[in-house]
Design a protein around this ligand. Structure first.
Ligand code: SF4
Ligand code: SF4
Length: 365
């Protein structure tokens, strides 16, 4: 099982799509929310006991910024047998020494693309701090994933292409998640215009560019939304809630309560147990009912996002997000014959499309 662990609720950045959006959030929330969670996770020994009955645990250090709880992170890595993943903003990576870095399977680092784009969303100077830390990562041999948060006015084609092909630090693994449906912000956004004029055409261009890269270099760049959807279309493999939320990937709050996904922190109606009283194999599975049931894309989309489905923050306008999912699938369908051809010619291999499921990449942005 995969667990996102909130090591701390604190963060050292104030990104536009997180802190700034939270400040604007004034609409009432139709669920009971515990806003008084402890700042730090301290139930280290309890977590160790809980994970003992999971034969194959993966712990994803999460926050806030997990490296603000470095002592706790080190204690857990010293005392728990697990696969370790971290989702970090990258600004404090220089504090982690090689002994710990070498034991990470995957590090997801938040970066939105070029310097001006990343700094626009994440704060002046953030890009440079992250890049300098990445260039001096010593001992890490796992997968490094650039994790973008995507919204207007970002140009998906230009930013992903830059991340993969810049000379300073070319990323081989990139994931992006749409900031859509998380806040009551549809009325103050230009989402529809951006979707139609920028994001959807950008996906088409990016898919072309991705397959061109395969043809020219024999390499499949791990662009996670493309990778996961291509694999599903090639293999006809159906999927449910592709981030794993509520069935294979749970989140543990700083107070030890277990929730289906990290975005649902404090939502008491969705508490599924606690590390003090529950066992990993007894955790309930959560499957939301709703519009997805009749959608022809459900088998490949998986329902996209449990949090957005239950909170319904965008109301009927959420259909635009489904349009983004459709655009992603269509972009991949438009290159699928070329991918099949490359596979049959041995230019790329089937294994090139493999990835660790539930590693923190949601697949469907
Ligand atoms: S495209 Fe929309 S309606 Fe269809 S399965 Fe995905 S989230 Fe559900
Ligand atoms: S996609 Fe939605 S349900 Fe899945 S982890 Fe992200 S916020 Fe949670």
């Amino acid at each position: 099982m995969f667990y996102h662990l909130f090591l701390t609720t604190s963060c050292n950045l104030t990104c536009r799509y997180c802190c700034e959006e939270a400040l604007e959030e004034s609409a009432p929330f139709p669920f009971r929310v515990d806003l008084c969670l402890p700042e730090k996770f301290s139930k280290l020994e309890v977590l160790r006991r809980f994970l003992r009955s999971d034969p194959d645990p993966t712990l994803i250090f999460y926050g806030g910024e997990p490296l603000l709880a470095l002592d706790e992170l080190r204690w857990l890595m010293d005392h728990i047998e697990a696969r370790f993943i971290m989702q970090t903003n990258g600004t404090l990576l220089h504090l982690v020494n090689r002994r710990y870095l070498s034991r990470f399977h995957t590090i997801l680092v938040s970066i939105d693309g070029r310097e001006r784009t990343t700094d626009y969303f994440r704060g002046e100077g953030t890009f440079r701090r992250v890049m300098e830390n990445l260039k001096s990562l010593e001992g890490f041999r796992g997968e490094l994933i650039a994790r973008m948060t995507v919204m207007e006015p970002l140009d998906i084609f230009e930013e992903v292409r830059w991340l993969a092909s810049n000379e300073e630090f070319p990323f081989r693994s990139i994931h992006w998640q749409l900031n859509a449906g998380f806040w009551n912000d549809f009325g103050r956004r230009e989402f529809r215009t951006w979707l139609e004029r920028s994001y959807l055409p950008g996906l088409k261009k990016l898919a072309e560019w991705w397959v061109n890269w395969m043809e020219e270099k024999g390499e499949v760049l791990k662009l996670y939304p493309f990778l996961g959807v291509t694999k599903s279309l090639l293999e006809g493999e159906p999927s449910w809630m592709r981030c794993g939320a509520g069935h294979s990937n749970y989140a543990i709050q700083t107070d030890g309560q277990i929730i289906p996904c990290p975005a649902m922190w404090g939502m008491e109606d969705f508490y599924l147990g606690s590390i003090e009283t529950s066992s990993p194999h007894e955790l309930p599975k959560v499957f939301p009912a709703g519009t997805c049931a009749n959608c022809e894309m459900l088998w490949v989309c998986g329902g996209r996002c449990l949090y957005a489905t239950v909170t319904k923050k965008w109301g009927p306008s959420y259909s635009l997000v489904c349009q983004a999912v459709r655009g992603l699938v269509e972009a991949i369908l438009s290159i699928l014959a070329r991918v099949r051809h490359l596979l049959s010619e041995g230019v790329v291999e089937w294994e090139d499309f493999d990835y660790l499921r539930y590693n923190g990449c949601e697949i469907i942005p």
